[in-house]
Design a binder for this molecule. Structure first.
Ligand code: GUN
Length: 293
């Protein structure tokens, strides 16, 4: 059994990006610039955004954080988005989700210029991805594909099950795995809360992508001997023995499942760091106008 080291792969890729940035800057260009909008003070969102800003520093990018209080209006956010859309010094930006209930997330996502949508959430990017055109791919699915590629995990003709149908992980990772390409060419089943026979489907699968946000949902008796397990779950579970008061828990019962599978991603240190590095990669692609002119 091999533990897929997302931390190491992400460090390798950040170094590769940093080298490309050095090259860009040595030719007299400015470094790539990522901006992030953060609303409120949710602990998870604060941590994710802090990691993204730190990754920018490691890659040699400029970063800008725009903070708004929880009671910001949708109009104020739309105005901030317009300013970032119009600002030529910003290559790409993200609005950290989730947003407070009084704000319509879809209105916000669709207000972002798709050419700066380095999260890949805008319908133009989602649509282009679904038909295999160049686009910003959403960060977590793209990160999972990078892990499969770097570990030479064969997906061609494999049975793959995706647990969860969210717009930011389940649906796009299913799209990428079924697409022509390598990794890709898999036969994909997507399971969700109304799927009656999840255990049987998992038992038949060569690859399981768990992205439902249900701690330790995938048990050893659901996993075929030698399967590949990608755990996207990151639920904060109370743990008083830790200074933070919580531990990050995946969707897979790691201790028992790891005894049966061929490859597995740990939580933390598996998919999480790859999500951030995909965002860095998209920002580099935006800055170099590699996808959209
Ligand atoms: N919230 C959880 N994951 C993400 C992400 O990838 N991007 C943004 N903007 N918000 C998130």
């Amino acid at each position: 059994m091999t533990i897929i080291d997302g931390k190491k792969i992400s460090d390798d890729i950040k170094l590769e990006i940093a080298n490309q940035v050095k090259d860009i800057v040595s030719k007299g260009n400015r470094p790539p610039h990522l901006a992030a909008i953060l609303v409120g003070h949710d602990g998870g969102s604060e941590t994710y955004v802090a990691h993204k800003i730190r990754a920018c520093e490691q890659c040699g990018f400029k970063s800008t954080l725009l903070r708004f209080e929880e009671d910001v209006t949708e109009q104020e956010l739309l105005q901030a988005i317009k300013s970032l859309n119009d600002d030529d010094s910003v290559d790409g930006f993200i609005v950290q989700l989730p947003l407070p209930k009084h704000i319509n997330e879809q209105n916000i996502i669709e207000a972002i210029d798709y050419k700066k949508d380095v999260d890949g959430f805008h319908p133009i990017n989602v649509g282009r991805m679904s038909i295999g055109l160049p686009c910003f791919k959403s960060a977590t699915p793209a990160g999972i594909m990078m892990l499969l590629e770097r570990y030479n995990i064969d997906t061609k003709g494999k049975k793959c099950v995706v647990l969860g149908r969210s717009n930011i992980v389940g649906k796009p990772v299913a799209t990428l795995l079924m697409q022509k390409g390598n990794p890709g060419n898999a036969t994909v089943t997507v399971c969700h809360s109304y799927t009656p026979d999840i255990k049987e489907i998992c038992l038949q699968s060569d690859i399981i992508i768990a992205a439902l946000g249900s701690p330790e949902f995938v048990k050893a008796d659901m996993v075929k001997e030698g399967a590949v397990i990608i755990d996207v779950g990151t639920t904060r579970v109370k743990d008083n023995s830790r200074k933070s008061g919580y531990k990050l828990t995946g969707d897979v019962d790691f201790e028992n499942v790891s005894k049966k599978c061929s490859y597995i991603t740990p939580v933390p240190g598996g998919v999480g760091p790859m999500t951030i590095v995909s965002l860095m990669n998209n920002t580099l692609l935006a800055a170099t106008k590699a996808i959209y002119k």
